[in-house]
Design a protein around this ligand. Sequence first.
Ligand SMILES: [Fe+2]
Ligand SMILES: [Fe+2]
Length: 230
Amino acid sequence: MIELDRSLFADPPARDDRFEIKQVWSEMHNMWDDEGKMLVEFMHRQMNEEVNGLEIAARNLTDFPDAPWELRLAIARQCWDESRHVNAFRRCFETRGGRVGEYPILNFEFRMITAIPTLIGRLAVQNRSFEAAGIQAIREALEHADRYDPDVAALLDAQLADEIQHVRYGNRWVEELIARDPRNAIDVVRGVSQANRAFPMIAGDAAIHLNLDDQIKREVGLIDPIPAQT
Ligand SMILES: [Fe+2]
Ligand SMILES: [Fe+2]
């Protein structure tokens, strides 16, 4: 079994023995044919990623009990959102004949993020980077699903609204915490550079660069809204 660098990856989350756990992308069941199986496998993989999202947010609450109350409230709301996403992907997966544990899973996201020792570093990587890239991917998938699968389109549409909020509050609090103490910017740089070293170890050749379109950047607060016409 591949061993991940323990300076970049924390302990894995618990999983019961239904699950076969892999460490890197190349060990997964990566299918490229599309006779329906690829979508079913994706649902299973994504269901577990949503569990990772829930577990990361939950750990942010327990690891940083002194964080500002409003930020903790936003993180708690994210826990609730991610748990709904888990159930939504599970329902879609099972209605297509899938069985939980049928495909291998990756828990790199939890291990990468919880190895970052600061809350602002975790928000910068998880909320402002991973989830922002996720929004772009969901929006592109939604355009496709709208045409051929209303059930999947409804799931992605509901998920998209929540994920935009996760990026928005992450972005807002990264800026707010730096405004309160500019030294926090160093922890953002440290967190992002740690993730930049860790992620290629998981993704290998499969890493792709996603550019956010301007509409998404505006919705998540990365660029200013267009001023209203007068
Ligand atoms: Fe989610
Ligand atoms: Fe999320």
